[in-house]
Design a binder for this molecule. Structure first.
Ligand code: AMP
Length: 367
């Protein structure tokens, strides 16, 4: 059994994965770490996980880490040096990496004598072509601060790309895909022959698509404008990270609620839904151009897998590009092709499973 941990600053999500039996294993979440009524720290939180495993020790532990910077381009066996190097990346991912490091340290203390492997959300994008990775700003400033597009959701996108090839019964090496990971965070990636060649999240996971509470693309002059108008830098951060996206536009960040309000004729929810889907369509067109030939558009994660309305609206009007969703297939369930038989480009729904992907990476180290 592999234990997969996704540690944040105040919570640890965990899952036990049996790589040979995808249905087996338990999962859970320990929340409110460091709060008055929660576990004091990550070590105490992991003791609760340990008890939930009924005393069994995993064969290995996989840790999801959001930011691997330039250094971590593949799953990495953890030792004191690599943990220190992940901690050193904190300036690039202040919201995410400290929680991951706390979880890694607690897990190494709790499950000391099994391999611990870090799997990075940025790694799949680490060989983005320079034209896609480079921001058009002063080169020296960019070099000094490590400013480039890193891209995120890579664990999910790589897994889903592989599953899409299996679904279409074609070699991944021959496929050009646009993968839409639409969850609480949302991103889109162009995948050419199994490699990421363009992705919408950039230096941080704020850029690109409209998200639950994040703005995605903006005029880069806006933060400076808002600061001159009297907001502090941290207020601007909070606005763009937590009070924007669907939540900023209509007050709700859950797409199910947005869809229900839209069905009831609510104007703000309707505009939020439309802005969300408009942004997706723009990226599908742009990435189609990047790839030249497009074989499939793939939807995954909470919204991508479950919202037939978002899939329909995002791809509406693209028949001339060979993209046409079949309404009955769109309303179905599970991994499937939802495009019409006469459409040149396949449209697919492929459920993601980041924990399974992380467990597979750990298994690679055990072998
Ligand atoms: P994730 O981050 O992948 O767990 O995705 C979370 C998002 O999925 C939330 O915004 C939910 O609103 C959305 N979601 C889950 N189920 C549905 C559904 N049936 N219809 C629309 N959105 C959904």
């Amino acid at each position: 059994m592999i234990l997969v941990l996704n540690s944040g600053s105040s919570s640890i999500k965990y899952r036990l994965v049996d790589p040979a039996d995808p249905g087996a294993g338990g999962k859970g979440v320990v929340e409110r770490i460091g709060e008055a009524d929660g576990p004091a720290d990550h070590t105490e939180a992991l003791r609760a996980v340990f008890e939930d495993l009924s005393g069994g020790t995993p064969d290995g532990v996989g840790h999801r880490v959001v930011h691997g910077g330039d250094r971590f381009v593949r799953p990495t066996l953890l030792d004191d040096d690599t943990v220190a190097a992940i901690r050193d990346l904190t300036p690039l991912a202040p919201l995410h990496n400290p929680g991951a490091v706390a979880g890694i340290e607690a897990a190494r203390a709790t499950f000391g004598d099994v391999p611990h492997v870090a799997v990075f959300d940025t790694a799949f994008h680490s060989d983005l072509p320079p034209v896609a990775a480079t921001y058009a700003i002063d080169r020296e400033v960019a070099a000094r601060h490590g400013i480039r597009r890193y891209g995120f959701h890579g664990i999910s996108v790589e897994y889903v790309a592989g599953r899409t090839a299996a679904l279409l019964d074609r070699p991944l090496a021959d496929l050009n895909l646009v993968v839409l990971h639409l969850g609480n965070g949302a991103s889109v990636t162009a995948v050419h022959g199994g490699r990421s060649v363009e992705t919408s999240m950039g230096f941080t996971p704020l850029e690109g698509l409209v998200m639950g509470t994040r703005c995605g693309d903006l005029d880069p002059a806006l933060p400076g404008f808002l600061e001159r108008a009297g907001l502090s830098p941290s207020e601007v951060d909070t606005l763009l990270q937590h009070r924007s996206g669907l939540a900023g536009l209509c007050g709700d960040n859950d797409m199910r609620t947005v869809e229900r309000r839209r069905a009831e004729g609510d104007e703000a929810a309707t505009l939020a839904f439309d802005v969300y889907c408009h942004r997706i369509r723009r990226y599908v067109g742009a990435y189609h151009a990047t790839l030249g030939r497009l074989d499939a558009v793939v939807f995954t994660a909470g919204i991508g897998e479950n919202s037939s309305a978002v899939r329909t609206a995002s791809l509406a009007g693209l028949e001339g590009w060979g993209i046409a969703v079949d309404p009955d297939r769109n309303d179905g369930r599970g991994a499937r092709v939802i495009s019409r038989d006469d459409a040149r480009v396949a449209v697919c729904v492929v459920p993601t499973d980041e924990e399974h992907a992380i467990a597979e990476a750990v298994t690679g180290f055990l072998a």
